[in-house]
Design a protein. Sequence first.
Length: 407
Amino acid sequence: MTTLDVKADFPILEPDAERRRIIYLDSAASSQKPRQVLDAVRRFYEVSNSNVHRGAYDLAVRATKLYEEARCKVTEFVGGYDSRGVIFTRGTTEAINLVANSWGRDNVRAGDTVVITALDHHSNIVPWQMLAKQQGAAVRMVEVTEDGRLDLEDLRAALKLRPKIVALNYVSNALGTINPLPEIIPLIHEAGAVVLVDGAQSAPHIATSVSDLDIDFYAFSGHKMLGPMGIGALVARPELLDEMNPYQGGGEMIQEVGDEQSTYADIPAKFEAGTPNVAGAVGLGAAIDYLNDIGMDAIHEHETGILHLALERLSDIPGLKVFGPDEERAGVLSFALDDIHPHDLATVLDQEGVAIRAGHHCTQPLMRRLGVQSTARASFYVYNDESDVEVLACGLEKAKEIFSYAA
Ligand code: PMP
């Protein structure tokens, strides 16, 4: 049973003169935005727009206040250590690259090991491979089990290498697997490593406390959690950020600029060179308010309800194979139907007004282990309901019929 009824808050889900009705099942790629977020961004530009931290005039003060309030909302929402440890970035990818380039270059040396996992998104793989190549370090990828969970025995084996850092996601975007972080993180710290958690798929869906979980670096994107594109954050232990060198140089991040050398501002400014995405931060703050009003536990319950409904309904369709674990799974459903190519499935579903994702989901190492090139993926969020699952299932039945004629 699904429990939330918020579809009406999302203008894009209503048909309009330019566009027919859409059943949006690709929130793992990017979520839709409620009116409350759209209004907050618009209002920022209408009444508070200005650059931040530099003007003495009223608009600059208003913009700065809104920007810093958004930082406080993020800190509270993810249970950060304190707001000095929240760096606004373009999103998860930029936050991970910041850590790899700043912390990584100073702490990972020739002969060291960096541990990543086969369940991860390319954003949490490639920056570490690039760092390892630059520094002459080794990359060790932790394996997955056949049902798409992290292989904890293999993680233990990898930790024996005494890695400098372990980078892993909380929730897999390709399979929905929820990693057991409360069990894993103490093991990582006991092995003497710091941990970076890619929270791109957890921040929108699971109540998280970065400080309770003892996470050193946590990265997420606003656009997947009802916020605008181009804004996200790195949430980190302030003492780690204090020790780190800046990732980018420019305005705002300096204390004093000499002819040949400069000194840097304190955190968080040290890591926010240039004009930030103020409207994005304000929109992210509005998205956090919206999520808090519903309640993260209610959201998780709603998505789990839809996922189980979908698993049950899709199990009626002969030839449909679901990838990923039965339990400990967020609202992501990766599947294959007979030997129909996932792109063909997505095209047939699009004709029914259903938007799903087909492809490797930026997880090629995982796809290789699953023995496939790509999967079809439906992902659910606050605005999906039972009727969406039924339209998806009927669309898949139609695809099966079309391709059985073609065969
Ligand atoms: N990690 C995961 C698990 C993701 O799902 C995504 C987005 N698909 C990213 C990282 C990258 O996020 P962004 O493109 O917003 O930086």
